[in-house]
Structure formats: structure tokens, C-alpha cells
Design a protein around this ligand. Structure first.
Ligand code: DSN
Length: 425
């Protein structure tokens, strides 16, 4: 039965995406091939378990798909272990917590209000309710993490798991130092690279693989795949808690993490999404994808420089990755919420975001987060980013001026009509 209501709403969303400048740092435009790999008969298959060890018959084909996704992911990051079943980044992290921790154990993560992630111990998330969550943050004057303070916090709180990774941090991570700190307190180290994964895969940022025991990431941000999550390990090692099989052999971490995902956290894997992950990983192995990630950073840095030249304050002073956090308190009187709404009316999509040491609530905020993965997928380059900053600046300084916003909205749509979203369709 043709569902005209849903069809029309999908069309409306498609037009919104086509006409707008998409600056949400965690969003991207997956290729048509990735989209197609999700919308097919794989949706119909139950496959609880893992390839070769399923709880359902008829898994011969999906076993091959899942194995292909795992081997491509391992090739992309140079890892030895991959689990491609997590439905999201938050569920990947939940499975890791379940596998590695007991209720009440201490975890040390990056403060959500400084740019961290909900699933790294936030009080409103399972991770902060079930575990004893401790946090490190950035310095108020620099906006950068002080590793000596991370070390002191780790020694004071003795976490079982330390997490590095963020949702809104525009500097790179010192994974080697984090590992030295983790070793000094006997903690496991998890890198959640959901945001910069694609930039790490192509060698443009520090690589956590040799330093961190476990790595999690989403697959839909800079990696430009379907919405989902994965877990990896550079090396598969014996579990550190002395757990053994019935025969007395040490249990490998691969088995413990696999059990954390299924049956610990999830039931049946989404094999259509896993197929799309495999397609995206294959794309990420190409030279074209590396060129794309290089352009993402060039665009981000062009945008950051233009904001700084226009007098704005970027938390941490700039960016080395795909995103930046604007602290609107310096030279505007607008809140993050107002900025998000005003820019949205001009078809420029951003998200309001807390800035470190924010005096406004998470629903209002003093900042906006901007990122370049999506506009770079559309084909925009540095000069386009400078033009977009000019539009944003004009709106932030005069956000009640409806005719200005309308005029910029028209310019945005005209510009984006030159960059077809799916040219082959
Ligand atoms: N919601 C994602 C982001 O925007 O960064 C994190 O889960």
C-alpha cells in the first residue's frame, strides 16, 4: 500500500537536506550505495549470535555480509578485532561498560558540559546511574584538556575504565599519555572516536589503535556510513580479570566484548545496516575518501579562521578536526538556542551547544557547534565556508531582522542548488 503521508514527509525532508547548509558536526550524507544497501530484503532476517554461531537457520548469506563488514573495518583501522553489530555508538559503549565493569565501578570520562558524551557517565544516562562516574574537563582559560589534571583525577578516583573522546572538542587526543595514566591506575582505556573516526582512518589525526585497549565509534559521522556503531581492538588480549573457560584457558577480550553486545545488550543484529556499514568501509578505503577527509579539515579550518577574523571566540582557540564550538558570549548577546533558531530560518542548520563553564542551561546554552563533514560531501570548499561564515555572522548580529534572514535563506538555497545531493538520482 502506497503510504502517501510518509512518502510526502520523506520528500519534504529530502528537500530540506538539498536546500540547506548542513553544519551539524555529527551529520553527513551517506552515498546512494550506502543508502541502497540498507533498504532491501536483509531487513527481513533474524541472525542472533555471530557468523558461524547463530541461533537461527538461513544465516549463510548474512554470515558472509557480517564477515565482510568486519574484515573491511579491520583493514580500515589496522585492528585485529571488530564487532559490527551495535545499533549505535551509545549501545556500543553500553556493551563495553557491561562487559568490562560491575555496577558501582568508577569510570573517568570527559565532562558532557565541556564537550563530552552522554554515554560517558552523564548523570541522566544509564552510565551515570549504574556506575560511579567521575570527570575531567578543559581549562577555563585555554579550552584545552590539561593532561596533568587528568592524571591527578585518575589517581584520586582510581577508575576501572578511562574514556577519551568527545562530541564537541576541536583538538586532538594524546592517546599515549592517556594509556600511561590508565596503566598507572590499572584501568582499561576506551577511545570513543565517533566524531573523528574518518579522519583517524585516513591518518589525519592521532591514532588510538596502538594505545587504547578498546575503541568504539559510530559509523554515520565523518565515516559517512549508515547510522550505527562498532567496537574494535587493536590487539585481542586475555581478559585482565582472570576469567577462564571450563577447561581453564583464559577468556579472550573478544569473547567478553561479543557477549557484552549479544546477548548482553542487544538481540538480533540489523544485517541490512551491517551491509551498509560494509559498503561505507569499502568507500573509506579509497583514495577519494582520503581526499574528502583532507577537505573536511581544510574547510573546518577556513571556517574557524573566518570566525576568528570576525571577532568570535572558538573554544580552544581553533580546530584541528572537523568541528568547532563558538562561544557566543564574547561578541554577541544571542543564546545558542536563539542562534540555532535564527540560522535555521535561513536554512543553515547548526545545533545549540553548552560551552565549558556555561552559565546557561543545556536547553538554552551559550554556544553553537558547527562541523564541515556534510557540506564537504556536497562539494563545498574553503571559499564557500568563508561565504557561509559571513551569512552566519550577519544573522547572529541581527537575529530579529526577518528580511535579512529571508534574503540569506534565498542565497543559501540558490547556492546549494548548484551542489546536487545525489547527482545520479
Ligand atoms: N548526538 C551526537 C552528536 O551530535 O555529537 C552524539 O551522540
Amino acid at each position: 500500500m502506497f503510504d502517501s503521508q510518509i512518502h510526502d514527509l520523506i520528500e519534504q525532508e529530502k528537500q530540506r537536506q538539498i536546500n540547506g547548509v548542513e553544519l551539524i558536526a555529527s551529520e553527513n550524507f551517506a552515498s546512494k550505495e550506502v543508502i541502497d544497501a540498507m533498504a532491501n530484503v536483509l531487513n527481513n532476517k533474524y541472525a542472533e549470535g555471530y557468523p558461524g554461531k547463530r541461533y537461527y537457520g538461513g544465516c549463510e548469506v548474512v554470515d558472509q555480509i557480517e564477515n565482510l563488514a568486519k574484515s573491511r573495518l579491520n583493514q580500515l583501522f589496522g585492528t585485529e578485532y571488530a564487532n559490527v553489530q551495535p545499533h549505535s555508538g551509545a549501545q556500543a559503549n553500553a556493551a563495553i561498560f557491561l562487559a568490562c565493569l560491575q555496577a558501582g565501578d568508577t569510570v573517568l570520562g570527559f565532562d558532557l558540559s565541556h564537550g563530552g558524551h552522554l554515554s560517558h557517565g552523564s548523570a541522566v544516562n544509564y552510565s551515570g546511574k549504574i556506575y560511579d562516574a567521575q570527570f575531567y574537563g578543559v581549562e577555563e582559560d585555554t579550552g584545552v584538556i590539561d593532561m596533568d589534571k587528568v592524571e591527578a583525577k585518575a589517581h584520586a578516583t582510581k577508575p576501572k575504565l578511562i574514556i577519551c573522546g568527545a562530541s564537541a572538542y576541536s583538538q586532538d587526543w594524546d592517546y599515549a599519555r592517556f594509556r600511561a595514566i590508565a596503566d598507572s591506575v590499572g584501568a582499561l582505556l576506551l577511545a570513543d572516536i565517533s566524531h573523528p573516526a574518518g579522519l583517524i582512518a585516513t591518518g589525519l589525526l592521532n591514532n588510538p589503535v596502538e594505545h587504547c585497549h578498546i575503541i568504539s565509534t559510530t559509523t554515520h559521522k565523518t565515516l559517512r556510513g549508515p547510522r550505527g556503531g562498532v567496537i574494535m581492538m587493536g590487539k585481542n588480549f586475555d581478559n585482565p580479570w582472570g576469567r577462564t573457560t571450563k577447561k581453564g584457558n583464559p577468556i579472550k577480550m573478544s569473547s567478553i566484548l561479543n557477549s557484552g553486545v549479544f546477548p548482553g545488550m542487544q538481540g538480533g543484529p540489523l544485517e541490512h545496516i551491517i551491509a551498509a556499514k560494509a559498503v561505507a568501509f569499502n568507500e573509506a578505503l579509497t583514495p577519494q575518501y582520503k581526499t574528502y577527509t583532507q577537505q573536511v579539515i581544510k574547510n573546518s579550518q577556513a571556517m574557524a579562521s573566518a570566525f576568528i577574523d570576525a571577532g568570535y571566540n572558538i573554544v580552544s582557540g581553533g580546530t584541528v578536526n572537523h568541528l568547532m564550538l563558538l562561544d557566543l558570549r564574547k561578541n554577541t548577546s544571542i543564546s545558542g538556542k536563539e542562534a540555532d533558531a535564527a540560522l535555521g530560518h535561513a536554512h543553515i542548520t547548526v545545533n545549540k551547544n553548552m560551552v565549558p563553564f556555561d552559565d546557561k542551561s543545556p536547553f538554552v546554552t551559550s554556544g553553537i557547534r558547527l562541523g564541515t563533514p556534510a557540506i564537504t560531501s556536497r562539494g563545498l570548499v574553503e571559499s564557500d565556508c568563508q561565504e557561509i561564515v559571513g551569512w552566519i555572522d550577519a544573522i547572529l548580529k541581527d537575529h530579529s531582522n526577518e528580511s535579512l534572514i529571508k534574503d540569506i535563506g534565498t542565497k543559501v538555497s540558490n547556492k546549494m542548488s548548484q551542489y546536487p545531493l545525489y547527482p545520479s538520482v
